[in-house]
Ligand binder design. Structure first.
Ligand code: HEM
Length: 134
């Protein structure tokens, strides 16, 4: 991967982004912390994530062409994202990246950007224990 090659190209383009999305959402749907905030019909979410990750990795700006500026934090505000949900999201993504064998330098770049984005998405403190009287 030289400095002129995008992450998108170096991981294998559209095919790889699709595989990543397909490896990620079954894990999200199986995760006890994530399942309740995602719709049962996950297909539309998968499609949006495919469009978004394509441009996030330096491929064509498919998400913006269809939906405008991503404004991801704002789009996530309707959903209660706690620090532990961000951690859960990242765990699912880590396993998905392993499954589709995204490795080496592109993996490191992808990972650090996703970690930053996931933390940025947090919009609620951890739920306090209802019995703790606070
Ligand atoms: C930090 C933990 C995260 C949680 C718990 C989370 C959860 C969600 C939920 C519940 C939705 C909406 C599903 C629906 O349409 O009903 C969503 C949409 C989406 N998420 Fe996340 N998300 C997280 C982090 C991220 C990150 C880090 C990215 C990108 C790097 C991302 C990208 C997207 C995109 C592109 C959509 C579709 C937005 C749209 O409606 O157009 N999410 N996410």
């Amino acid at each position: 991967m030289n400095s002129f090659t995008s992450i998108y190209e170096s991981i294998g383009g559209a095919t790889k982004v699709r595989q990543l999305v397909e490896a990620f959402y079954p894990r999200v749907q199986a995760h006890p912390l994530l399942k309740p905030i995602f719709p049962d019909d996950i297909q539309p979410v998968m499609e949006k994530q495919y469009l978004f990750l394509t441009q996030f990795f330096g491929g064509p700006p498919l998400y913006t062409e269809k939906y405008g500026h991503p404004m991801l934090r704002a789009r996530h505000l309707p959903f209660p994202i706690t620090p532990s949900r961000a951690q859960a999201w990242l765990e699912c993504m880590h396993q998905a990246l392993d499954e589709v064998e995204i490795v080496g330098e592109p993996r490191e770049q992808i990972w650090s950007r996703l970690v930053m984005s996931a933390h940025h998405m947090v919009n609620q403190p951890e739920k306090t224990d209802p019995k703790s009287n606070r």
